[in-house]
Ligand binder design. Structure first.
Ligand SMILES: O=C(O)CCC(=O)C(=O)O
Ligand SMILES: [Fe+2]
Length: 350
């Protein structure tokens, strides 16, 4: 398998099997890997992803940390919005309607938060901890425990990593939050959890928005201890199938945290084997609260206009000497309309 800076593995998006999946909906996702001279095309929902070199997969799974520890930075343009001029504004705003793709910074970053060793130590302590794993989600069931139930040494490790690595990163990449993070420091007890997925219990988490200014999600389990899983980010349209299938799964190596605006619609992809433990943190400007909101897709309105592409290549985040892989998504409908070159390869950060 050719490696393109991020590695790919075959995987199904959450909950769906080949038999259940509609084959043709005309929607094709173009995945351009910046700087990699390759493009991938994904005919959603469950066709294969074709990397130009000819390798086929069921869906693209990005595993930041597997090959290059950090950073992976993804910007994406959801396939179909009804707000042509304001797809990706500079400031996040709450979901305008539960069926809409949120108007938020559509970026996803991967940050090495903990060393794999520290992640393993926290994972094993949470497995041993005499605590009840329970569902804390009011709107969405989860199996989780509060970080405050861990030993003070583990809590200190987590707090220190967040303060020293995550917060400075968040201030740099989400400048609209910098002042707020100064005034209202993070982390605070209450919105920091360890979430557990098991094949026999809770396998995944359905599509939702966290309704937070910022969310991070750090894998604690070693990749060899589970199969499937990962965080699914939709690039889909407003109908249920597209929301659940058009998108990508990101499965970071242990210790690597995904960081994103909490309004982005995402899901915990079902695990297929073993156990997956993640550390999840929510930053809300007004302190801890119940944050996860399920997404209830509604049928698209007649004649809703597709969003034109906004390939702001010049905007690509390029922090210092760090090399970001930037992945753009655009829809086949736009390509078909001649708005996006069908087979072009963009070089991000150029
Ligand atoms: O399992 C995941 O990767 C996603 C977790 C998540 O979205 C959440 O805890 O709110
Ligand atoms: Fe979430």
């Amino acid at each position: 398998m050719e490696r393109l800076g991020v590695s790919y593995k075959a995987c199904w998006p959450s909950r769906l099997t080949d038999a259940e999946a509609p084959r043709e909906d005309g929607q094709e996702l173009k995945v351009v890997i910046a700087g990699a001279s390759r493009a991938a095309f994904c005919r959603a929902p469950l066709d294969t992803v074709h990397i130009c070199a000819g390798t086929c997969f069921k869906a693209a799974v990005f595993m930041p940390g597997d090959m290059h520890p950090v950073p992976l930075s993804i910007r994406y343009w959801p396939g179909q919005l009804d707000c042509p001029s304001q797809c990706i504004p500079d400031r996040p705003s709450p979901l305008a309607g539960s069926h809409r793709v949120p108007r938020v910074p559509a970026e996803l970053h991967a940050v090495q938060l903990l060393s794999p060793l520290a992640a393993a130590a926290i994972a094993s302590e949470s497995r041993r901890a005499c605590v009840k794993w329970e569902s804390r989600g009011v709107s969405l069931p989860t199996q989780d425990m509060c970080v405050s139930q861990l030993s003070s040494a583990s809590q200190a490790l987590i707090y220190d990593a967040i303060k020293r690595r995550l917060v400075p990163f968040a201030k740099a990449h989400y400048p609209h939050l910098a002042g707020k993070l100064e005034k209202n420091p993070y982390p605070k007890p209450g919105n920091l959890f360890i979430v557990r997925y098991r094949v026999t219990e809770q396998r995944g988490l359905r599509l939702h928005s966290d309704d937070t200014a910022l969310t991070f999600n750090c894998c604690l389990s070693a990749p060899s201890t589970f199969a499937g899983g990962g965080t699914f980010f939709t690039t889909g349209t407003s109908n249920r199938e597209s929301l659940q299938l058009d998108g990508l799964v990101v499965r970071p190596a242990s210790g690597v945290a995904l960081v994103h605006d909490g309004h982005l619609i995402h899901a915990g992809s079902d695990i297929l084997l073993g156990e997956r433990l993640i550390l999840v943190g929510f930053y809300t400007e007004d302190g801890p609260r119940d944050v996860r909101r399920p997404v209830k897709p509604k049928p698209p309105a007649e004649g809703r206009a597709a969003c034109p592409p906004r390939p702001r290549l010049s905007d690509c985040a390029q922090q210092g000497s760090l090399e970001h892989s930037v992945i753009y998504f655009s829809s086949a409908r736009r390509a078909a309309a001649g708005e996006v070159a069908a087979a072009g390869v963009h070089h991000g950060a150029s």
